[in-house]
Design a binder for this molecule. Structure first.
Ligand SMILES: NC(=O)c1ccc[n+]([C@@H]2O[C@H](COP(=O)([O-])OP(=O)(O)OC[C@H]3O[C@@H](n4cnc5c(N)ncnc54)[C@H](O)[C@@H]3O)[C@@H](O)[C@H]2O)c1
Ligand SMILES: CC(C)[C@H](C(=O)O)[C@@H](O)C(=O)O
Ligand SMILES: [Mg+2]
Length: 351
């Protein structure tokens, strides 16, 4: 089969990490006889510099014509003074919305071999950690009414029942294939949109009597994640809470450089990207951890192309490389560490 993949490298470490994911996909291509056709398009700061807009029309067209999109990261200090609509990050929000990618799936799995990279006490994460954060991606405060009026500015957190219902369905479906527990995270003690969220999740839960459902306020959830992360199976939450909790969960697994994500809609089509940003502090140094992006490529094979075996092959190669003691700077306990390219060499060798 031939699969067409739109590549958006983006800014900062974006190009370095996407290049590594492409190397891994090419190795899979050679081994398994699939054909991956890559088309590079611009978005974010790179597009602003080249074409004066954060998301050229052509980029959106190529993404729509492709079977899936892979994105590195966008943004950086160079473009921080731009107004909201013009910023690199806005391109990402437009892509998510225009492509209908309302479900953001962020697995936070702690590799046994990386237990020592976790900043929590051993007993808290003993036996590993395996959580999936299911984050609503095209609604909430990111897309509500907003304005700046002189010395006053606002961003509204709005949700429609249908938006909550469809993401809740996703979370329960995922839970059915796992440990059958959904923790819905909101701020229903304060926010109307969260009270609608909770009511809607309760309604959806009735369709899944086998799944245990619990509700936590987001402040408590943030605390529970470091006190007892193993209590979680599937965390279902809104756009902003999911953004924040997934960065927190990533550090429990050892580094933000490890967590992949899939953004999907009704069909198999999706955009696949690491949860981290463009890491301007280490950009261009061949130092970034490419594993989150490589695992995002594995998610693409599974979710968009249905290539489960090939996806597992990449995951196993990553595990094998880590088992072999290979570490990038962010997860290394030693003075010495491997570069972005070198760790990818080890992963490809393990394929
Ligand atoms: N999906 C995206 O495109 C995305 C996501 C988050 C932030 N951003 C943008 O990225 C820019 C920087 O944001 P930030 O500093 O808040 O977050 P960040 O995730 O870029 O970096 C936070 C910290 O994590 C480290 N880090 C991130 N990815 C890493 C990797 N793969 N390997 C090793 N270390 C890694 C960085 O060096 C930094 O110390 C901002 O412009 C922000 O808007 C983009
Ligand atoms: C860059 C930003 C728009 C984005 C978000 O908040 O969704 C990022 O932080 C993420 O986690 O994907
Ligand atoms: Mg984020």
């Amino acid at each position: 089969m031939e699969y067409k993949i739109a590549l958006i490298k983006g800014d900062g470490i974006g190009p370095e990490i996407i290049d590594q994911a492409v190397r891994v996909l090419k190795a899979v291509e050679e081994k398994c006889g699939h054909s991956f056709k890559f088309e590079e398009v611009l978005a974010g700061g790179a597009a602003i510099d080249a074409e004066g807009v954060n998301l050229p029309d052509r980029t959106l067209e190529v993404c729509k014509e492709s079977d899936a999109v892979m994105l590195g990261a966008v943004g950086g200090p160079k473009w921080d003074d731009l107004k909201g609509e013009l910023r690199p990050e806005k391109a990402l929000l437009t892509l998510r919305r225009e492509l209908g990618l309302y479900a953001n799936i962020r697995p936070a799995v702690m590799f046994e071999e990386l237990a020592d990279a976790c900043p929590l006490k051993d007993e808290i994460v003993e036996g590993g950690l395996d959580i999936v954060i299911v984050r609503e991606l095209t609604g909430g405060i990111y897309f509500g009414k907003r304005a700046t009026e002189g010395s006053h500015a606002y961003d509204c957190m709005e949700y429609w029942e249908y938006e909550v219902a469809r993401i809740a369905e996703r979370a329960f479906e995922i839970a059915m294939k796992r440990n059958k527990k959904v923790t819905s995270v909101d701020k229903a003690n304060v926010l109307d949109s969260s009270r609608l969220w909770r009511k809607t999740v309760e309604k959806t839960a009735k369709k899944y009597p086998e799944v245990e459902v619990e509700h936590l306020y987001v402040d408590n959830a943030a605390m529970q994640l470091v006190v007892n992360p193993k209590q979680f199976d599937v965390i279902l939450t809104g756009n902003m809470f999911g953004d924040i909790l997934s960065d927190e969960a990533s550090m429990i697994t050892g580094s933000i450089g490890l967590l992949p994500s899939a953004s999907i809609g009704e069909q198999n089509y999706g955009m696949f990207e690491p949860i981290h940003g463009s890491a301007p502090d280490i950009a261009g140094q061949n130092k970034a951890n490419p594993i989150a992006t490589i695992l995002s490529a594995a998610m693409m094979l599974k979710y968009s192309f249905g290539l489960e075996a090939e996806s597992a092959m990449i995951e196993n190669a990553v595990k094998k490389a880590l088992k072999g003691g290979h570490r990038t700077a962010d997860i290394s306990k030693e003075e010495s560490y491997l570069s972005t390219v070198e760790i990818t060499d080890r992963i490809i060798a393990a394929l």
